[in-house]
Design a protein around this ligand. Structure first.
Ligand code: FAD
Length: 394
């Protein structure tokens, strides 16, 4: 059986559901597929969203989706603690399972058709990058879908990218080991906590609260110099962390993979638009991908409709993203370059530079200059700044 459609969206995460909703709402005959049995399961996320991105969303998030309010973030490295609050630093915790289901329901409400337990396994092309047919495996056998446009929203391990010929992507994403824990003694339950040190090479470990006593606790590494399990164990030994997690229980694993570099040079190939993690559409240093995926998915869905019905060029999709989020992507790309640069050395001063960068105490320009200072000078500099502006409350 061959199914025909205007837009085929592969993946029903935040990027895919948002793209499917936008395309269907505009009037495109839209199918979105996911290999999962149930949307949103398993959760592979720390479930934090930043308030500053909410105004860019194409629709508002109902209050019941915002399960915990975040007032700020605290940063820790080499015994120095910095706290930031309000504005950019505030946000919410969400329940990713319920959130993803809500997003998929929005797409269904707009008229998109969802096929679960439907895995893209192959693609056929008329010419390079121009897909004519998608071959999918379903519970009742193999099916074919003939789309006019394909939106690749299938995450870091994108099968669409693989079939387009991008097969060597292993160094473009990194694993994040993460667990939901309960029974915690959080020192400030409305603050997200980020820890920088040798336990998280090039990246950070985190405690992201979900309530007064529950949080997602995880560790990521930009450079896989040691096993993440070892990193996690070392992180739990930090006295500040131990105090809060001593009586905690792991209730659910939420580990996953996050893009740490662009997987491809472009977001459009032939009649394919890349969105979400498949396009590395997240903001560094916090690898914040949920809301950018929704915003970019929306632009891609609308552009796909306009391409099919009005002859609009698909290259207007990256232009649309640039118009809306261009400055944020530029800043994020520069942060990413600096993180890779800092990671070349294992000197402890890199932890202080990352602290200054993450907490936005040092500007990107300053970081490059400060890279020439030694550990003692940098520590003194940070101590002096914090002395003048205790805790940096915004
Ligand atoms: C541990 C961890 C913690 C994170 N914490 C945060 C956070 O706190 N805040 C934040 O903003 N971001 C966070 N992120 C990043 C965020 O989760 C992603 O950026 C976001 O999920 C991207 O959405 P997406 O729709 O592009 O991809 P995904 O959410 O990965 O969705 C892709 C979908 O495609 C489906 N799929 C894959 N292959 C196929 C196929 N062949 N056929 C059919 N379907 C397929 C998958 O089943 C999946 O449902 C975190 C990531 C990780 C790994």
């Amino acid at each position: 059986m061959v199914i025909e459609c205007d837009v085929l969206v592969v993946g029903a995460g935040p990027a895919g559901s948002s793209a499917a909703r936008a395309a269907a709402e505009a009037g495109a005959n839209t199918i979105f597929i996911d290999k999962k049995k149930e949307i949103g399961i398993p959760v592979q996320c720390a479930e934090a969203i930043g308030e500053y991105l909410i105004p860019y969303l194409p629709f508002s998030i109902p209050e019941e989706q915002l399960i915990w309010e975040i007032d700020g973030m605290s940063f820790w490295a080499e015994g120095i603690a910095i706290e930031r609050s309000g504005g950019f630093w505030s946000g919410y915790a969400i329940n990713r399972e319920k959130f993803d289901k809500w997003l998929a329901n929005n797409a269904l409400g707009a008229g998109a058709k969802l096929h679960l337990e439907t895995e893209l396994i192959n693609l056929e092309f008329s010419e390079k990058y121009y897909i004519t047919k998608a071959i999918v495996r379903t519970g009742v056998g193999v099916r074919e879908i003939k789309p006019k446009v394909v939106i690749a929203a299938d995450g870091v391990h994108s099968k669409v990218l693989n079939k387009l010929g991008f097969t060597n992507l292993k160094d473009k994403y990194g694993k994040v080991l993460s667990f939901e824990m309960n029974n915690l003694n959080l020192y400030k339950p409305t603050y997200e906590q980020l820890y920088i040190g040798d336990f998280a090479p090039g990246a950070y470990a985190y405690i992201f609260p979900l309530s007064k006593t529950r949080a997602n606790v995880g560790v990521a590494s930009l450079f896989p110099t040691k096993k993440l399990e070892k990193c996690y164990a070392e992180f739990l030994e930090i006295p500040e962390v131990k105090k809060q997690l001593r009586n905690g229980n792991k209730v659910l694993e939420k580990s996953g993979w996050a893009p740490i570099r662009y997987l491809t040079d472009k977001w459009v190939y032939g009649n394919v638009l890349l969105v979400g993690d498949a396009a590395n559409q997240n903001f560094k240093p916090f690898v914040e991908g949920i809301l950018p995926a929704i915003i970019c998915g929306d632009i891609a869905g609308k552009n796909a409709y306009k391409f099919i019905n009005g002859g609009d060029s698909l290259s207007n999709y990256p232009k649309g993203v640039k118009n809306k989020l261009g400055n944020l992507f530029l800043e994020s790309d520069r942060v990413l370059d600096i993180l890779h640069e800092l990671g070349k050395s294992s000197d402890k001063k890199e932890n202080l530079l990352r602290l200054g960068l993450f907490a936005n105490v040092f500007s990107l320009k300053e970081i490059i200059k400060l890279n020439f200072e030694d550990y003692i000078a940098l520590k003194r500099r940070l101590d002096d700044i914090l002395c003048l502006k205790p805790k940096l409350i915004d």
